[in-house]
Structure formats: structure tokens, C-alpha cells
Write a protein that binds this ligand. Structure first.
Ligand code: NAP
Length: 247
């Protein structure tokens, strides 16, 4: 699965799954551009780790929910590398609460980051991908977007929305050589899951047939495959990386 001479944008690559995706793409030979919300030092560390694979890497401070920031990100990639071959919409946040306790600001912030952010990034890269008549777009959804989850009305709506967006954009761009797929991770060991209460972790573990938590690399390996030409005939799909959780 060589990605040599390809350029990838991975949103939210400063930590967790996003960093693992950056490293997996870099290992396969792609130049990587990532963005982050506030963790500049961590994003710089991702860049350093990518460069160890002999590729070029860049970190840009860009909030994916802000259109001007996304334009700045896309322009930086165009200026530095000339092409955009791969977009991974990974940046995401949670603001969990039960429906009756969830405030409007927490609902809006999650939708703006997880769903609108992906829309802005897809729109930002698609002009160039259409011109290239090639491109791979991979949206990081969630098993929660497939089956729902109490306490995550905002998050599950954003992740289910990403699945609808994936299929619609896949239909719009398929004839122009651009594939669009969604990856739906289950329970993966990152900062996002580390902050969950012990009782929630115990309950979640019971719902995983494989009875083990996933690693960031489990997600990154699938993303790398979908970003490669080995996956040329796959589009509009939602693939769970979840130890069987969504079965
Ligand atoms: P994480 O450790 O919390 O990292 C989130 C990343 O997104 C960070 O790099 C963060 O940047 C970035 N980010 C957040 N808001 C942003 C914004 N507005 N603009 C740009 N970047 C932003 O999360 P994770 O667990 O690796 O999750 C990565 C993705 O996988 C998310 O979309 C998440 O919903 C999805 N997912 C995770 C799991 C899981 O079990 N962990 C399961 C299913 C799906 P800063 O470091 O600057 O804050």
C-alpha cells in the first residue's frame, strides 16, 4: 500500500487516532498536513514523528468549524505541495450529557466541529480533487453514529450525519475518480475515552464481543488501506473498527 508522492490532510492529528493516522500515512510514504485546535506542541511532535519516515509534514493551527481557518489550511497545503490526494476528517469532540440536561451550546459545538467541520473540509478540497480527477476522502464517524448511545445525543447525531454526508458526497463525486468512505471506530484507547467514568467503561466493555479495547493503530490501518489504490473500487461505505460492537 504505497502512498508515495501523495499528499494527505488529516484533521486533528495532534493526538489519539488522528496522530496514529498521520503516522500510518507517513509510513506508507505520504506527505502529511495536520491541523489542531489548541495543542501546538503535540501537533509539532506529530510532524517530527512523521518526518522520521522521510516524508514532509506540516502542522497548521486551524479550527475545522471556522470556514476561514479551513480555507487557510487548504491554501497552505496547495502552496506547499501543489496537490491534495487524501483528506481524513478526524477532528472531533464530545460534550456528553443526557438529553434533558444537554444545553444548546454543547449541542451546537459538537455538530459544528464534527459535522460542519467535515463539510467545510470536503468542500475545501473537492475543487482541486475534481480538477485532479482523483482523491480519497475518509470520514471518521463512530459506532455511536450507527447504533446511538444514551448521553450522546449531540455526538451520535454528528456521527450519523457524517454517514449520510459520506454517502451523498460519494454519489456526487464517484464519476470523477473520488472515493468517499466512513470509518466507524468502537471503543478506542485515547484521551477522549480516558475521561469516561469507570462505570461507563465497564458497561461498554460488556458490549464488545471481542472483550478488548481498540488501539488507534487499528483505525489507522483501515484508513491507510482506504487511502490507497488497493481500495479503488470501494466508495460510500461505512466500515466499523469495533471488535464487533455494532453487530
Ligand atoms: P482526541 O484524542 O480527543 O483528539 C481529538 C483531536 O481533534 C485533537 O487533535 C484535537 O486537537 C482535534 N480537534 C478537536 N476540535 C478541533 C477543531 N475544532 N478543529 C481542529 N481540530 C480539532 O480524540 P480521538 O479519541 O483520537 O478521536 C478522533 C476521532 O475519532 C474523533 O472524530 C472521534 O469522534 C472519533 N472516534 C473516537 C473514538 C474513541 O473511542 N476514541 C470512537 C469513535 C470515534 P487539540 O489537540 O488541539 O485539541
Amino acid at each position: 500500500m504505497s502512498l508515495e508522492n501523495k499528499t494527505a490532510i488529516v484533521t486533528g492529528g495532534s493526538r489519539g487516532i488522528g496522530r496514529a493516522i498521520c503516522l500510518a500515512l507517513a509510513k506508507a510514504g505520504a506527505n502529511v498536513v495536520t491541523c489542531y485546535a489548541s495543542s501546538a506542541a503535540s501537533a509539532d511532535e506529530t510532524v517530527r514523528l512523521c518526518e522520521e519516515f522521510g516524508v514532509k509534514a506540516l502542522a497548521v493551527a486551524a479550527d475545522v468549524s471556522v470556514a476561514d481557518d479551513v480555507t487557510k489550511l487548504v491554501d497552505a497545503v496547495k502552496e506547499t505541495f501543489g496537490s491534495i490526494d487524501i483528506l481524513v476528517n478526524n477532528a472531533g469532540i464530545t460534550r456528553d450529557n443526557l438529553l434533558l440536561k444537554m444545553n444548546e451550546a454543547d449541542f451546537d459545538q459538537v455538530i459544528d466541529t464534527n459535522l460542519k467541520g467535515a463539510f467545510l473540509c470536503i468542500k475545501g478540497v473537492s475543487k482541486l480533487m475534481l480538477k485532479q480527477r482523483a482523491g480519497k476522502i475518509i470520514n471518521i464517524s463512530s459506532v455511536v453514529g450507527v447504533r446511538g448511545n444514551a448521553g450522546q445525543v449531540n455526538y451520535s447525531a454528528s456521527k450519523a450525519g457524517l454517514i449520510g454526508m459520506t454517502k451523498s458526497v460519494a454519489k456526487e463525486l464517484a464519476s470523477r475518480g473520488i472515493t468517499v468512505n466512513a470509518v466507524a471506530p468502537g471503543f478506542i484507547e485515547t484521551d477522549m475515552t480516558a475521561k469516561l467514568p469507570e462505570t461507563v467503561i465497564e458497561e461498554t466493555m460488556k458490549s464488545i464481543p471481542m472483550r478488548t479495547i481498540g488501539k488507534c493503530e487499528d483505525v489507522a490501518n483501515l484508513v491507510t488501506f482506504l487511502a490507497s489504490d488497493d481500495a479503488r473500487y470501494i466508495t460510500g461505505q461505512v466500515i466499523c473498527v469495533d471488535g464487533g460492537m455494532a453487530m
